[in-house]
Design a protein around this ligand. Structure first.
Ligand SMILES: *Cc1c(COP(=O)(O)O)cnc(C)c1O
Length: 383
């Protein structure tokens, strides 16, 4: 029997996107920092309880701003997991940093906080925890280490909107935090992101960096009578049309989150037996973390089994996806980084992981179909 195609992701539409974009057009103000951008920033500041949120053109750009704010210089070292998106590393390599990769924990796929201290050298300037799948890294011990060695903590919370670690919003716990609003994330604007700033002392310089290295933001607030080039910078602000689209989604972030969590639980319950049988591993959520169902993944026995499972699902019109190839094994990762310590889990666990379809509005019967097809795969491979 031929079932209809179940895609891996469908970007959410919550209802007000078009109306808000029409309002932005009517405002005759569609460049950056218009009224919709301001409302998005206010929403983010209230939701995450951060001092300052700045909307950016991407999470990649928010990370680049962090590298500038951290004054990263040639030869500085930045510690992060190898199991992450290229932008986590690239942002710092652009400033001349050498990336030091530390191993991950097999249960959450996040950087193993107990290995960070051994990866520190006199050149280390920052540590970049990545909250994989919207599940928080162990921020308390990470912050303790950072304080002890005088390092900056920059959170890659690209996948972390609406998720928490010990009651604090992901992205609001370190010195600086970065969100992504790419269409593949839980809330989006096509391309976009945000920088969250905890301490007042970074706010003014962040505004300058984002506005091409000028003090235009102060000028617009009437705090200076002209604006000029005062620092390094680039153009890191999105247009207000994109912000209008995003605001519609942020206002519905609670609804998106609940819907995704419901889908997540249905997968979890549906696949529990396969885990009990020892065929697959399901994701682990530490009890003090509130996640956002950014993804639902399972782990197969090994790479070969994963390749077979993805092909099996594809034949049955279900798109499943593997994820990051560890950066330390990629051509640029070898050139700009080094793995410090033993790669006990990064390569092995990344080869086992497969992400199942997950998006706002995913139908219950489609989840059941995916679950049934995964069972079917294991029934056949075990004959
Ligand atoms: C999506 C993602 C990014 C990049 O986000 P963009 O907004 O596309 O630049 C960076 N890091 C992680 C962990 C991501 O998932």
């Amino acid at each position: 029997m031929k079932n209809r195609h179940i895609p891996f992701n469908i970007p959410p539409i919550t209802g007000n996107e078009e109306a808000y974009m029409r309002l932005a057009i009517g405002n005759h103000k569609i460049c950056g920092d218009g009224p919709f951008t301001q409302q998005c920033c206010q929403w983010l500041e209230a939701q995450t309880r951060t001092t300052k949120a700045l909307l950016t053109s991407s999470c990649t750009h928010a990370l680049e701003m962090c590298a500038l704010l951290a004054n990263i210089q040639a030869g500085d070292e930045v510690i992060m997991p190898s199991y992450t998106f290229v932008s986590t590393a690239n942002a710092f390599v652009l400033r001349g940093a050498r990336i030091v990769f530390a191993d991950i924990r097999p249960d959450t796929m996040n950087i193993d906080e107990s290995l960070i201290e051994a990866a520190i050298s006199p050149e280390t300037k920052a540590v970049v925890p990545v909250h994989y799948a919207g599940i928080g890294c162990e921020m308390d011990p990470i912050k303790d280490i950072a304080v002890k060695y005088g390092l900056l903590v920059i959170e890659d919370a690209a996948q972390g909107i609406m998720a928490e670690y010990r009651g604090k919003a992901l992205g609001s716990i370190g010195d600086l935090g970065c969100y992504s609003f790419h269409e593949t994330k839980n809330c989006g604007m096509g391309e976009g992101g945000a920088l969250l700033i905890q301490s007042d002392r970074y706010v003014e310089r962040a505004e300058i960096i984002r506005e091409k290295g000028t003090d235009r933001s102060r000028f617009l607030r009437g705090q200076t009578d002209k604006y000029s080039w005062v620092d390094l910078g680039s153009s890191y602000l999105p247009g207000d049309l994109s912000a209008a689209f995003l605001l519609a989604q942020l206002e519905n972030a609670g609804r998106i989150n609940e819907n995704r969590l419901t889908s997540y639980r249905r997968y979890e319950q549906g696949l529990a037996d396969l885990q009990i049988q020892g065929k697959i591993d399901l994701p682990f959520i530490p009890p003090h973390c509130r996640h956002n169902a950014h993804m639902f993944y399972i782990k197969t026995r090994d790479l070969q089994e994963r390749t077979n499972l993805i092909a099996f699902l594809k034949e049955r019109h279900i798109t499943a996806a593997f994820h990051y190839v560890p950066l330390h094994s990629s051509p640029a990762g070898k050139r700009y980084g080094v793995f410090r310590g033993q790669d006990k889990y990064t390569t092995r666990e990344s080869e086992r992981l497969v992400r199942l379809p997950m998006y706002f509005g995913l139908q219950e019967e489609d989840i059941d179909c995916v679950v049934e097809t995964v069972y079917d795969f294991y029934r056949r491979t075990c004959l």
